[in-house]
Design a protein around this ligand. Structure first.
Ligand code: IPE
Ligand code: IPE
Ligand code: MG
Length: 249
């Protein structure tokens, strides 16, 4: 359970359970733009404002960890112009918001493949992570060029290399070993996975980590995400009976 003072007061005031870790599949930017007769880029731009809103809400409500799915390994299938635009937005977001997030004690981690990212962007990612590494507030995880199956493949390779070199006994491999070799090593598993835009699938997001997450799907497109949507998702989460295979006594 979280020990944030904010969490305690919001839990008491509104009767909401606050998940320690929320994973968000930020979907529907394109449809949001289309509904307004705008290009898809405008939807992605508006999506960045929604990112700022959810980060502020996570801090206010005392969430420990927030993982945002911002570009999937499969999103390379999109037109090159759109891919370039999304990369530009990430670059601008991490550089323009870094100081403010750092002042708010946010620790930033970017998960997903680094190969395929240009050197400049890799440098920015490295700087942002090292600059905020000692912060103790919200863990903000940005899943960029991320795919859960590839993450599991990479973990498997790393473990296999240790076995081959004699560093690791195969019989000692357990769930914790695998978790330690994933990009999310050290973070709690998500309690809540939220997806916007009415789609009901995981699209290769945090597959291992979501084994017991509560899934909440909302109809709003990502750029329309606000506190009302956030609170509705938390209410839905609060009403769930998390049994983890056991029975209620
Ligand atoms: C989510 O919105 C943003 C990314 C996947 C990068 P989409 O771009 O998928 O929007 P829709 O699903 O086409 O509406
Ligand atoms: C999932 O959304 C990826 C992100 C939100 C970054 P997509 O819009 O790419 O997913 P599919 O293609 O509808 O499954
Ligand atoms: Mg989509």
């Amino acid at each position: 359970m979280s020990t944030h003072p904010a969490t305690a007061s919001i839990e008491a005031q509104r009767g909401l359970k606050i998940p320690r870790h929320i994973g968000v599949i930020m979907d529907g930017n394109g449809r949001w733009a289309k509904q307004r007769g705008l290009g898809r880029s405008e939807g992605h731009k508006a999506g960045v404002e929604a990112v700022r809103r959810i980060v502020a809400l996570a801090i206010e409500y005392g969430v420990d960890c927030l993982t945002l799915f911002s570009f999937s390994a499969e999103n390379w299938r999109r037109p090159p112009d759109e891919v370039r635009f999304i990369f530009g937005l990430l670059r601008r977001f991490v550089t323009s918001d870094l100081e403010r997030l750092h002042d708010q004690n946010v620790r930033i981690r970017i998960i997903g493949g680094r190969e395929g990212l240009e050197r400049g962007l890799r440098g920015i990612i490295h700087d942002v992570e090292s600059r905020t590494a000692a912060n103790t507030g919200l863990d903000l995880v940005i899943a960029f060029n991320y795919g859960a199956k590839t993450e599991i493949v990479n973990a498997t390779r790393a473990i296999a290399r240790k076995v081959a070199s004699g560093e690791l006994d195969p019989d000692s491999i357990d769930e914790a070993t695998i978790a330690r070799h994933l990009d999310t090593s050290g973070l709690p598993d998500p309690d809540l996975i939220l997806r916007t835009s009415g789609e009901m699938r995981l699209s290769n997001f945090l597959l291992w980590q979501s084994a017991y997450a509560e899934l909440v799907f909302v109809e709003e497109n990502w750029p329309d995400f606000d506190e009302a949507v956030f609170v509705r998702a938390l209410k839905s989460y609060t009403a769930r009976d998390r049994r983890f295979g056991g029975v209620r006594t």
